[in-house]
Design a protein around this ligand. Structure first.
Ligand code: SF4
Length: 343
């Protein structure tokens, strides 16, 4: 195990990264908190080299993962790109199952491990490939856009994968009057608003899934935040209901939110999204105040330093990610089309 001197050094390194981040409401990370996790981060970083592994962490994972052990942190799109470039033998994907599946599809020669095991997602789990096949029968000939938050099986039945950042531009480029969008009904409704704002006329037919974190936000929360913090700029994710998005100052995905806050001259921001992204904003913007009241993805939080270490030492069967070959080939086409249309 790491020596006392190494732990002090590692605790100081962690503290320099985590000191502006809230550990719980009203309390930031302290050097003492860093001392608790330091033995784990030291051991993970040592084993990572020994086992030739690369750690990708989604922005909704815990800060000690993002800033303690990850080699790349980002959203689904950024991490997919990063996964395609990994040279190491093993990818450890701290995120949810569909993301780790995407990494395996993109870079199939790698061993892909997910520390939290079969960490689900209400959105991705809302439909199967068979459900999409049946839905397509009701709208013959319509091209299918699938949100990246979907299973490999669903991607295999779709034409083009999209993210919150590129959905409107890709939808606008598709020929034809009708598009099928799966599996997020609220993102689909927001897409209709975005296309209308661009003057693009298309019928969007959609299936019925939603994100259990973002679908809960209400118009009253936005109004109350504005009343409590006059002048606040409020940001929301397009997985939230469109009537709530309409009341906010910025609607966009995680990378868009990071850019918006970094570039803004304003000082106070209200975030209607997952706490992990709030932690990233706190890290990047020490002079700004980030107000957040609720929104935690229990699936993302299944990834811990403890199970990351276990995956590195000896992965259990539920941490090993595999995708059936035929499904992977079809899903890859759908993902590649997104990379091509995003250029
Ligand atoms: S935040 Fe929502 S969309 Fe993202 S993984 Fe969690 S449940 Fe799925």
């Amino acid at each position: 195990m790491p020596s006392g001197g190494n732990i002090e050094w590692e605790s100081a390194r962690l503290f320099s990264q985590l000191k502006n981040i809230s550990l719980r409401p009203g309390a930031k990370w302290t050097l003492g908190d860093c001392r608790v996790v330091a033995p784990y981060t030291l051991e993970i970083n040592r084993l990572k080299k020994e086992k030739d592994a690369f750690i990708l962490a989604h922005s909704y994972t815990n800060p000690e993962i993002m800033y303690g052990v990850a080699d790349a942190v980002g959203d689904s799109y950024g991490l997919s790109l990063a996964a395609s470039k990994v040279k190491q033998k093993t990818i450890i994907f701290a995120g949810v199952w569909f993301m780790a599946e995407t990494a395996k599809i993109i870079n199939p020669s790698k061993t892909v491990l997910i520390p939290g095991g079969r960490a689900g997602c209400t959105l991705a789990d809302s439909m199967t490939g068979e459900d999409l096949v049946n839905f397509k029968k009701k709208h013959p000939g319509a091209p299918v856009l699938c949100y990246i938050n979907s299973s490999a099986e669903v991607k295999a039945q779709a034409d083009i994968c999209v993210t919150s950042a590129n959905v409107a531009s890709i939808a606008a480029k598709i020929s034809g009057d009708k598009i099928i969008f799966a599996p997020d009904m609220l993102m689909a409704q927001n897409l209709i608003v975005m296309l209308r704002a661009q003057g693009v006329k298309k019928e969007i037919v959609y299936t019925g899934g939603s994100c259990c974190v973002h679908d809960k936000y209400t118009a009253d929360e936005v109004k109350n935040m504005r009343a409590k913090y006059p002048g606040i700029k409020i940001l929301i994710h397009p997985e939230a209901p469109p009537d709530v998005c309409a009341l906010c100052d910025y609607v966009g995905g995680t990378e868009g939110m990071l850019k918006y806050v970094a570039a803004s001259k304003d000082k106070t921001f209200g975030l209607l999204t997952e706490i992990g992204l709030v932690n990233r904003l706190e890290h990047d913007n020490p002079g700004k105040t980030i107000i957040w009241e609720r929104g935690t993805c229990a699936y993302m939080k299944k990834n811990t330093l403890f199970n990351t270490l276990a995956a590195l030492k000896e992965p259990s069967a539920r941490q090993i990610v595999d995708v059936e070959e035929k499904t992977a080939r079809a899903a890859l086409k759908c993902i590649d089309k997104m990379f091509e249309m995003s250029k």
